[in-house]
Design a protein around this ligand. Structure first.
Ligand SMILES: Cc1cc2nc3c(=O)[nH]c(=O)nc-3n(C[C@H](O)[C@H](O)[C@H](O)COP(=O)(O)OP(=O)(O)OC[C@H]3O[C@@H](n4cnc5c(N)ncnc54)[C@H](O)[C@@H]3O)c2cc1C
Length: 385
């Protein structure tokens, strides 16, 4: 099939675009899809790419399992300990309370990306009308005619060429891999410091090698990026305390600017936006990719319905109706996840005395009101349908 004429054009070969293509083709192998991908053809060229640890929920695992796209190297979270540096209020969430095998899983971004590429290649072998086109960075293809355009161009806050609604939190995240003396296996720590959340999360390298996500002002984060290892580890120890012993080593430090950027409308005529192309979130609640995967999964169901003729909205008349109904079906999950993340990002970065007090009370309430804790954890694990 010619790449210049297709039913569905997916722009963006990140995790969300790949997953959307894979779920659509898995259910409808004859789908005429063209995927435009700015990443290199060979997985080897991604080996040194983005290694930040991403928290995926159990709900995302269930979705990715359906296309055989669960990475081999992942670390389970069994307990999450939440606290405030130098203030009262703490909460502990455990997998037993929620009756789950794990509260979440930590996986490197590049492993999620590469595993999805492999899963899609396996599905591609049985999909005669699927075209996967690798294009150079900065190239924009505008000679492709498609019935439906799926935007999955993703991007990070401040690198996106669109800004709609949102908030600049004036924060950056410094991520890296840190070695400590004595961590409890499968435990995640989220600590709210004067400058923002500091998360120490398990990794598949073993109990004492942990993923660090340290949010702070852009200036402090830049300063921390440049510190020599010993000074960096000293500062980190001061902020985190001694719960997991001494911080011994840091590697692979990277910086990301953080903010909220989201589209009020995620469809227009025959176009639809999913994943970070629809909403870019602060990582405080670890929700961005989880939400993006749910976008991709539900959109794939709609697209299959339209283009295979099996759904209510059949092509060609009702592509717009189908996209509108998709947007409607995503409303509650999107609004809740964006709202909850924005709330956490603001509340947990404020130093105003009443907010600090309320935050301590909220953490204590979470600890002592199991139904509230369970409801919050369930929202984070499965989203809202
Ligand atoms: C520090 C940090 C920590 C995070 N932690 C978590 C977490 O714990 N849990 C979680 O769920 N989420 C987390 N996130 C969010 C998560 O990384 C994103 O939500 C996720 O990467 C979005 O996937 P995506 O495919 O939509 O976009 P991307 O990952 O940005 O991928 C988009 C792809 O499209 C390509 N592209 C761009 N433009 C074009 C074009 N015109 N044509 C073709 N291709 C194009 C790009 O090259 C890229 O490969 C975190 C984010 C940050 C910054």
């Amino acid at each position: 099939m010619s790449a210049s004429n297709c039913d569905i054009l997916i722009q963006g070969g990140g995790p969300v675009g790949l997953a959307c293509a894979a779920w659509t083709l898995q259910k409808f192998p004859d789908a005429k899809i063209t995927l435009l991908d700015r990443n290199p053809i060979s997985d080897d060229d991604l080996a040194n790419a983005d290694s930040r640890g991403i928290a995926l929920s159990h709900g995302s695992k269930l979705l990715l399992d359906t296309i055989n796209a669960w990475p081999k190297e992942s670390a389970q979270i069994h307990r999450v300990h939440v606290s405030q540096a130098g203030r009262f209020g703490r909460a502990l969430m455990t997998r037993e309370e929620l009756n789950q095998d794990a509260l979440g899983h930590i996986i490197r971004y590049r492993d999620i990306h590469i595993t999805l590429r492999r899963a899609l290649r396996a599905i591609q072998a049985k999909s005669p009308n699927f075209v996967w086109r690798h294009i150079d960075k900065e190239v924009t293809e505008n000679n492709i005619h498609a019935q439906c355009i799926v935007h999955a161009e993703g991007g990070l806050f401040k690198t996106q060429d669109w800004i709609e609604s949102g908030r600049d939190y004036g924060q950056s995240a410094l991520v890296g891999l840190v070695e400590v003396e004595n961590a409890a296996p499968h435990q995640a720590w989220e600590r709210f410091t004067a400058e923002g959340p500091l998360a120490v999360l398990p990794s598949h390298y073993g109990p004492n090698i942990l993923n660090l996500v340290w949010c702070g002002s852009p200036e402090s984060s830049q300063h921390r990026l440049q510190l020599d290892d010993a000074d960096f580890l000293g500062d980190l120890q001061n902020e985190f305390g001694s719960r997991i012993g001494r911080f011994l080593k840091i590697q692979d430090r990277r910086l990301y600017e953080l903010g909220l950027n989201y589209r009020k409308e995620i469809t227009k005529d025959n176009e639809v936006w999913i994943g970070n192309a629809a909403q870019t979130l602060h990582p405080v609640a670890g929700q961005g990719l989880n939400l993006g995967l749910r976008d991709a999964y539900l959109l794939a169901e709609k697209l299959v319905g339209v283009f295979s003729g099996s759904g209510e909205d059949q092509f060609p008349a009702n592509i717009q109706n189908a996209l509108q109904s998709y947007a409607q079906s995503r409303k509650i999950d999107r609004t809740t996840t964006i709202g909850l993340t924005d709330f956490m990002a603001r509340v947990f970065t404020s130093n105003l005395a009443p907010v600090v007090l309320a935050r301590g009370l909220a953490l204590s309430a979470l600890q002592w009101l199991p139904p509230v804790k369970t409801a919050l954890a369930r929202q984070m694990m499965f989203g809202r349908r």
